[in-house]
Design a protein around this ligand. Structure first.
Ligand code: AKB
Length: 318
């Protein structure tokens, strides 16, 4: 029987992935965990436990007591927040991963999922159709920790046979929860302003192209990778993954098709240099070839879907 533990379940990705895991495995087989007790209200459909992943002992006790077979370790400090407290970001992102990998080795867990990011790339990386294997010189603590984490995942697979799988997510865009501290998050905030009929001030310049992905595609990619046969997963650091690429100007124009009165202004800040160090677009041919990855959404279909559903999740205050 599979028993799934989701760490950092209340985050932007976790809240939607946990639901999808419950749909696949059933509510009794999934335990959502997060640092904050208040997050329990997000998970009426499965068990919830408060867990600090930095506490290796409590993590181990929970995994053993509940006979967990798979861990989805999603807790992390993202790029923009990480720059405000680099030491903390490094400690949290690295130590938590090592706790999970060690436990997987010790308890012989079936599978581990750990997200990486386009933040592993840097200024010397080819910007267009960034290949799976190429120069990587990340210049954020988040990117440095993700690149080191990829190395650790590969190491635990090669040395100890831990079946750890990973994706380099582009900027993730969803309407069911708010993002926290990323450079790509402008592309979530912009929809909230559009439905509130307010102008949007963007912290990136209008022509900054970044790889992005609509949340349903990200959930599908994650489950496709995790459900793939072990032999099909040939990359054990992390897979390049692509959905779409666009600039602030292009997402604005896409929203304007649905909300003609929408307005945008620009006030560039420190996040511009992070964005400038990342790719414009990603070559994900290895994910397509190895386990059949294919995205479903483009910019306009994503915009239409978000503008239709967002008011249900975040009703306007009167
Ligand atoms: C961020 O902007 O930090 C994240 C990411 C690209 O990993 N959304």
């Amino acid at each position: 029987m599979d028993k799934i533990l989701v760490i950092g379940a209340a985050g932007q990705l976790g809240s939607e992935l946990t639901r999808a895991l419950v749909d696949q495995f059933g509510g009794d087989q999934v335990i959502a965990t997060d640092l904050r007790d208040s997050a329990s209200s997000l998970f009426p459909y499965c068990r919830f436990e408060v867990l600090d992943v930095m506490n290796k002992e409590s993590l181990g006790t929970l995994v053993k007591k509940e006979r967990v077979t798979q861990i989805y370790h999603l807790a992390a400090v993202l790029s923009a927040t990480g720059e405000k407290n680099p030491q903390f970001a490094w400690t949290l992102n690295m130590e938590s991963l090592l706790h999970v990998l060690e436990l997987a080795k010790e308890c012989g867990l079936d599978k581990i999922y750990w997200p990486s990011s386009i933040a592993v790339f840097g200024p010397s990386t080819p910007k267009v159709n960034t290949p799976q294997f190429c120069e990587k010189d990340p210049n954020t603590v988040y990117g440095i920790s993700k690149l080191a984490g990829e190395g650790w995942c590969n190491y635990y697979f090669e040395k100890y046979g831990v079946d750890v799988r990973s994706l380099r997510y582009p900027g993730l865009i969803g309407y069911k929860s708010l993002p926290g501290g990323g450079t790509t998050d402008y592309a979530v905030d912009i929809y909230h302003k559009a439905i509130a009929n307010q102008p949007f001030t963007c912290f990136l310049s209008e022509d900054t192209y970044l790889p992005m992905m609509y949340m349903p595609d990200a959930i599908k990619a994650t489950l496709d990778l995790m459900n793939a046969p072990k032999e099909a997963v040939k990359i054990r650091s992390s897979y390049n993954l692509a959905g779409m690429s666009f600039s602030p100007k292009e997402i604005f124009e896409s929203i304007k098709k649905e909300v003609p009165s929408f307005q945008i202004g620009f006030q560039v800040d420190f996040r511009q240099s992070i964005a400038d160090s990342w790719p414009n677009s990603i070559d994900d041919s290895r994910a397509r070839a190895d386990w059949g990855w294919q995205p479903s959404y483009d910019l306009d279909s994503m915009s239409r879907d978000i503008l239709k559903h967002l008011p249900t999740f975040f009703p306007l205050q009167s």
